[in-house]
Write a protein that binds this ligand. Sequence first.
Ligand code: MN
Length: 343
Amino acid sequence: MKLGLGIYAGMATEENLQFARQIGATHIVQHLPGEETLPSTTDGYWSYDELQALVDLVEAAGLKLEAIENFPPEHWSDVLLGGPRRDEQIENLSKTIRNMGKAGIPVMGYYFSLAGVWGRTPGPYGRGGAVSVGFIEDEAPEQTQIPLGEVWGRTYDPDAPEGTIGEVTHEEMWERLEYFLRALVPVAEEAGVRLAAHPDDPPLPVLRGAARLITHPSYYRRLLDAVPSHYNAIEFCQGTVTEMIDADVYDAIRTYASEGKIGYVHFRNVVGKVPNYREVFIDEGDVDMAKALTAYHESGYEGVLIPDHTPRTNCSAPWHAGMAYALGYMRAAMTALDIPIDS
Ligand SMILES: [Mn+2]
């Protein structure tokens, strides 16, 4: 298995990439890049030249760009909403996937959701009062319906008329996801780019009136069966799976890893399940991380693990400190377990 680091928009700098290399990462996942990294974002898809430049930048630091994580909401708003521009946007997503394939980026992580990551509140949930986030039923904001012009927790059309998208059922959401997969998986196959689905975070069945899809590990089965292909895969967010009601995270790891369905892993820890959970440091949550690492390894998983998020330590570089801590822990645990660290 391989150690990677996820970086956010604007973080693909020489300095951050060197930092990643220094703390032992060999692979990079670029989370939702915007115009600052890929100016063609404003065109509705990502251009080959800009993706290749990002690959070159990462490789110049001695790393490999393993994945891009999440399409910008405005690139696929009508795919998520089932709107009139759905086919036009799927054409653009196809261009993005083909350009990623040409640039040699093997995985595209996506999160098929209307409300997106929503409703979590910050608090001193980590050891020593380190600030993190959690979904706490009694503290969560009021669940107002999603306004027009907003999707995935972001405004994509500031000029949208008043009103909301109303309630959206599970069947409607599955139809939209299956439409997306039927159109895009063949493109992904041709391009050699695996599509990898993130589960719903928080994994509540409905949020803001909008049904959510992957709220139990068994729903990954429905997604995979919709269009069976090596290129229809999952982004295994271990923290989110742990937050799911009636879910056994080790069992889910073994099931999907042994089938070769995991594109890459968000390796983080958490205390509790929906509707009450808190994100914590990697070594103080409900999951026995050594047991989890063993489950991936024994099931034949050979891909990348990234820390996802961590609590913020009190220092001048909380993100860097959190990532260094998590990656150091992962390397030590794998070494102690005799799990090869590949590059
Ligand atoms: Mn995640």
